[in-house]
Design a protein around this ligand. Structure first.
Ligand code: SF4
Ligand code: SF4
Ligand code: FES
Length: 471
């Protein structure tokens, strides 16, 4: 059994298992000790010195993220001495810092800004020229380095070594000439490179995709999930004015801890894409013509009324939420009792999978859709009418060519390409509606609506309900 140790921190007694650090013991008292290099998922570096506290009997300040507790220890986090140490450490870190906050993309979510305003606020005494280092240096396809802003916490290096398993970043030179770098001829290009941007406490590492697109204080954050694969990583969807700017990891120990993969993060682009289906449309002479919703619905009804259930095939989607699939299934089964129901989704990609997060199944809701129909769309399907929820993959399109339906109706959020659907009913994306998805572990997770549907698109639930009303 683990021995328990009792100590006091700022006069409050606390009992923690032997081996706990002072830093983590303070957390139990809801006391957050200022820090840069400490990260709960990485090894202890103990190099930034910002977390130093006063310990009774110790010869000098103690590094709280590294020092473990002892019975009867008396710790002071907010004594005058401890506060002065923090102030001195911040002044030291800022000696060569460029103080270019107004043009730094981290401004507004920078831990150095926060710590300075909370624990320092003193004018610079530095009158000598500052040491200059590389600025806006691409160190990989996704990540830009501004070395002058780096506080040398080594979080990025430890992340690559310990979590991504790729020794791609190093620190070279010494003292105030230290720089973060990649090996000559190499890049920071593993599939989790943007996690280094998340954990960099300052504006030294920024995302090439996001930088200078939007000041962070304009962004709204909605809890959602990544739909890039069956892992269903939890995200914050950051958006403004119905445009999504980035995904950030949302902590969930059981799913993605605090990480996301780079390809998953980039899936937000489909929400903003110029190819979004925003209006009901009809294929006329090989091109789409816009329709009013009422006309589209009545034309669909008119076209479908001459077919029997045996002619119709419904296709649900592993890309769509449980609510969308259920609503479309209900409409189809009520209107064409006994019709054949299949599901589809992106093809599996074994090379996408890894032991960190990524799954070969690149659909967010395969378990969910399989609870509604177990039959995957295949070449044996015979249909005169195909009613499809979601997009068709290249493999599905080949199938479609072989089935040659007379009528195809799509509830899709992207314009069908090539133009395979005779009628297009524009469907909202997962950013524009609430929805639940069942991930590869069988966990049902919710994506919340970030903003109302774009254009005249509607959630598939709303489309199915409109169809129910008129049939
Ligand atoms: S680049 Fe950022 S994460 Fe890496 S050492 Fe510098 S401050 Fe730390
Ligand atoms: S692992 Fe899958 S769910 Fe997670 S971020 Fe990557 S693509 Fe998205
Ligand atoms: S957080 Fe403890 S030394 Fe950096």
């Amino acid at each position: 059994m683990t021995k328990l140790i009792t100590l006091t921190i700022d006069g409050h007694p606390v009992e923690v298992p032997e081996g706990t650090t002072i830093f983590n013991a303070a957390k139990q008292l809801a006391l957050e000790i200022p820090h840069f290099c400490y990260h709960p998922k990485l090894s202890i570096a103990g190099n930034c010195r910002l977390c130093q506290v006063e310990v009774e009997g110790a010869r000098g300040p103690v590094i709280s993220c590294r020092e473990t507790v002892r019975e009867g220890m008396v710790v002071r986090v907010n004594s005058e001495k401890a506060k002065q140490v923090r102030k001195d450490v911040l002044e030291f870190i800022l000696i060569n810092h460029p103080l270019d906050c107004p043009i730094c993309d981290q401004s507004g979510e920078c831990k150095l800004q926060d710590q300075y305003f909370n624990h320092s606020v003193q004018p610079s005494r530095m009158h000598l020229p500052k040491v200059h280092k590389p600025k806006a240096k691409p160190i990989g396809p996704q990540v830009m380095l501004d070395d002058e802003r780096c506080v040398m916490c080594t979080r990025c290096i430890r992340f690559c070594d310990e979590i991504a398993g790729e020794h791609q970043l190093i620190m070279r030179e010494r003292g105030d000439h230290s720089t973060i770098d990649v090996f000559p001829g190499k890049q920071l290009d593993h599939p989790y490179s943007l996690c280094t941007v998340d954990i960099c406490p300052v504006g030294a590492l920024t995302s090439s995709d996001f930088r200078f697109k939007k000041r962070v204080w304009f962004l709204n954050s909605t809890p959602s999930i990544c739909t890039g694969c069956a892992t269903g990583c939890n995200i914050w969807m950051d958006h403004h004015d119905r445009i999504v700017y980035r995904y950030r990891p949302r902590d969930n120990e059981a799913v993605n801890q605090c990480w996301l993969c780079d390809p998953g993060r980039m899936t937000y682009k489909a929400i903003n894409a110029a190819t979004r289906a925003l209006f009901p449309m009809k294929l006329v002479g090989g091109a789409y013509q816009r329709l009013e919703w009422n006309d589209a619905l009545s034309q669909v009804k008119e076209v479908l009324k001459s077919y029997k259930a045996a002619d119709v095939v419904g296709v649900l989607s592993a890309q769509a939420s449980n609510e969308e699939n259920t609503a479309v299934k209900r409409f189809l089964e009520k209107t064409f009792p006994g019709l054949q129901l299949f599901w589809t989704g992106r093809e599996a990609m074994p090379e996408f999978a890894d032991k960190i997060l990524r799954d070969a199944d690149r659909n967010p809701n395969t378990h969910g859709v399989q609870a509604l129909t177990t039959k995957r769309l295949d070449a044996q399907v015979k249909a005169k009418v195909l009613i499809v929820l979601g997009e068709l993959t290249a493999q599905d399109l080949r199938l479609l060519m072989s089935i040659k339906p007379e009528v195809t109706i799509a509830l899709a959020d992207q314009l069908p390409h090539p133009e395979w659907a005779h009628y297009l009913l524009p469907r909202a994306t997962h950013a524009e509606q609430d929805g639940t998805y069942v991930n590869r572990k069988g966990m049902e997770q919710q994506a919340k609506m970030a903003f109302p549907p774009k254009g005249e698109s509607l959630s598939a639930v709303a489309i199915a309900s409109k169809l129910m009303e008129i049939f």
